[in-house]
Design a protein around this ligand. Structure first.
Ligand code: HEM
Length: 408
């Protein structure tokens, strides 16, 4: 591969999580209260009790151009819930469902119970709750709106896929994220029961990340790797990679798409690999997350570097080399969560809920996934068992209902 070296070419230059975190203030999707910025250095550090209270009370803004839950640094807990509309559902049912969810989500994110909430006390801890709504092709068709070509199952990747229907496409998706597992569970239950006459749960994928993530404390997946380092600058120059623009259907402008792939990990086999093999699989060190070509976490990887025998230092099949964009549009925002559902019947119950947001998955995501399916050392230890694609609705402005433009 003749990669120009990560960072060597401007368009595909790596933007790191720290950039993402620090660039959020102007993002317009709602930012948690309490981000101290430069002022923090001048004030005495808050006591642990104060920080805990602030974290529990932290509420994100619901209304805006884009839905919340995409640009924010991912909170520690998440549930991805896919729904099937009942068979007899029509456009009116979709409209009713989205009206109910709009009101429910606005209340829950603000720390208030839903209209029919029997446990509003559980809603009183918003803990940075965000709920992000996605829709599948059936919803778009029932609403009478134009379906983007990419709103369909991804092409098959027979080299790697072991997909189970249980984790397949649905009519609707809720991505529910918060710092508190209780908050996530409560929101999931309220949002499920309030539309029970219209839709049923198809699958739930629970996920978690490191609760103390932030600059200097990166996300680690369950293979122990620092994950999410190289990201496009979606709050700046690369915003077009994330949001549907004028070339997409009018009802989806300001929206996005999400690919949710459930990827199992063969941890037993991983345990048998030595450290050199593990680092070689990605092309990054396990301790610092830095490229094996040297430097620190934020250093650009040198994809051209060779060893004394003339072989690439970053293996030709290393995950980061194979996943690296070969054209500027082959990039997307990764927002993955780990899952660990225990050991049952010897099956693989641990892995990554791989979540990618982009304006057009066919153009941006599929070429990368195809390359990884063809060759990626990581495939020795990972198996995709679920795959689904949803259109992420634009944000709801003042007085608007989520997805209302679909009915225009
Ligand atoms: C269980 C499955 C996976 C694991 C454990 C994993 C892990 C990692 C790790 C540790 C890195 C290096 C650090 C970073 O930049 O984040 C990385 C990079 C990356 N991964 Fe994955 N990954 C997985 C699946 C995928 C999939 C399915 C895709 C897309 C189809 C993907 C796309 C990327 C991209 C675009 C990069 C950045 C490459 C660059 O340096 O330019 N990954 N991944």
């Amino acid at each position: 591969m003749s990669g120009s070296g990560a960072g060597g070419d401007g368009a595909a230059a790596p933007r790191r999580r720290t950039v993402l975190l620090s660039g959020l203030a102007g993002a317009g999707a709602g930012v948690a209260a309490g981000v101290g910025g430069a002022l923090a250095a001048e004030r005495p550090a808050p006591s642990p009790d104060t920080r805990l209270a602030a974290g529990r009370a932290s509420a994100r803004a619901f209304r805006g151009t884009h839905q919340a839950g995409i640009l924010e640094a991912p909170p520690a807990q998440a549930a991805f819930v896919a729904f099937d509309l009942h068979e007899q559902a029509d456009g009116d049912a979709v409209r009713r469902l989205l009206t109910v969810w709009t009101d429910d989500i606005e209340r829950l994110m603000a720390g208030r119970g839903t209209l029919t909430d029997l446990e509003p006390e559980l809603a009183a801890v918003p803990a940075s709750l965000t709920v992000t709504v996605g829709v599948g092709p059936r919803v778009v068709e029932l609403a009478g709106a134009e379906r983007p070509d990419w709103l369909a199952p991804l092409p098959a990747f027979p080299e790697i896929d072991a997909l189970e229907d249980a984790w397949g496409e649905g009519d609707l998706l809720l991505q529910i994220c918060a710092e508190s597992p209780t908050t996530v569970a409560h929101a999931q239950r309220r949002l499920t029961t309030s539309v029970a006459d219209l839709a049923s749960v198809r699958w739930v994928q629970r996920g978690f990340r490191e609760p103390f993530e932030g600059p200097g404390i990166p996300m680690r997946n369950l293979l122990g790797q620092v994950d999410g380092t190289v990201q496009p600058d979606v709050t700046g120059l690369d915003a077009d990679l994330l949001w549907v623009g004028a070339d997409g259907p009018a009802w989806l402008r300001g929206g996005s798409s999400v690919v949710v792939r459930r990827i199992g990990m063969r941890l037993d086999a991983w345990d048998r690999a030595d450290r050199a093999a593990r680092e070689n699989a990605i092309g990054r060190r396990l301790d610092t997350g830095a490229p094996v070509t040297g430097g620190t976490l934020d250093s650009a990887a040198d994809l051209e570097a060779t060893d004394e025998l003339g072989f690439h230092v970053i293996d030709d099949a290393a995950h980061m080399r194979r996943a690296h964009a070969t054209a500027p549009h082959e990039r997307f925002l990764r927002r993955p969560y780990s899952y660990d559902d225990g050991v049952e019947g010897g099956g693989m119950r641990t892995g990554l809920v791989f979540v990618a947001f982009q304006a057009d998955p066919a153009r941006q995501f599929v070429p990368v996934q195809r390359r990884l399916a063809q060759a990626d050392l990581l495939n020795l230890w990972t198996v995709p068992v679920g795959s689904a694609v949803f259109a992420v609705l634009p944000g709801a402005g003042s007085g608007e209902v989520l997805g209302q433009a679909m009915f225009a």
